[in-house]
Design a protein around this ligand. Sequence first.
Ligand code: IMP
Ligand code: MG
Length: 180
Amino acid sequence: MGDQLTPFISAGRIQKRVAALARTISSDYKNKRPVLVGVLKGSFVFLSDLSRRLAIPHELDFLETESYGASTLSSGVVRLLKDLRVEITGRDVILVEDIVDSGLTLNCLEKTLLTRKPKSLAVATLLERKTKKRVKVNIRYRGFWIGDGFVVGYGLDYNEKFRHLPHLAFLAKTLNKPEK
Ligand code: IMP
Ligand code: MG
């Protein structure tokens, strides 16, 4: 069984979109010093590009949630594996995600972070899936909408593979050999 990739969004298009998001965020947070919280591991490429394009001072921190592991389906279970180091009480926080699918991860993270009484909490995601969403989440900054299909690249993985790709691609399982 092999993995077949079909191009989805080019590196150039991603960079243009990230630059536009960074301009919007820089203007929305003018004279502020937000904390950008990346949700590991998928958001690390998006966060690093976004951060380097922001024209405002900001801090960076990371959270890690339980991932899907080897499955391409949501387990529906969200567990915090790594917590923040920065104290976010009274701070402007921007949660940075790679993709919002069912919304479960984001919903859980929002609830957790809000108990710490940040001054504000906004969400920036590279991708938001149109269909399958089960939980209502408020997304202030979105890179692109996406329909069905599992995407990899630009930080997103399948079984820890493909994170390094500069573009986004759909992953298709190709059945070359019969499975055991
Ligand atoms: P949610 O909790 O269902 O919204 O899932 C969000 C998380 O699932 C994302 O942060 C990703 O880590 C993972 N995920 C969902 N869809 C994809 C995909 O198409 N490719 C890679 N990871 C995905
Ligand atoms: Mg993620």
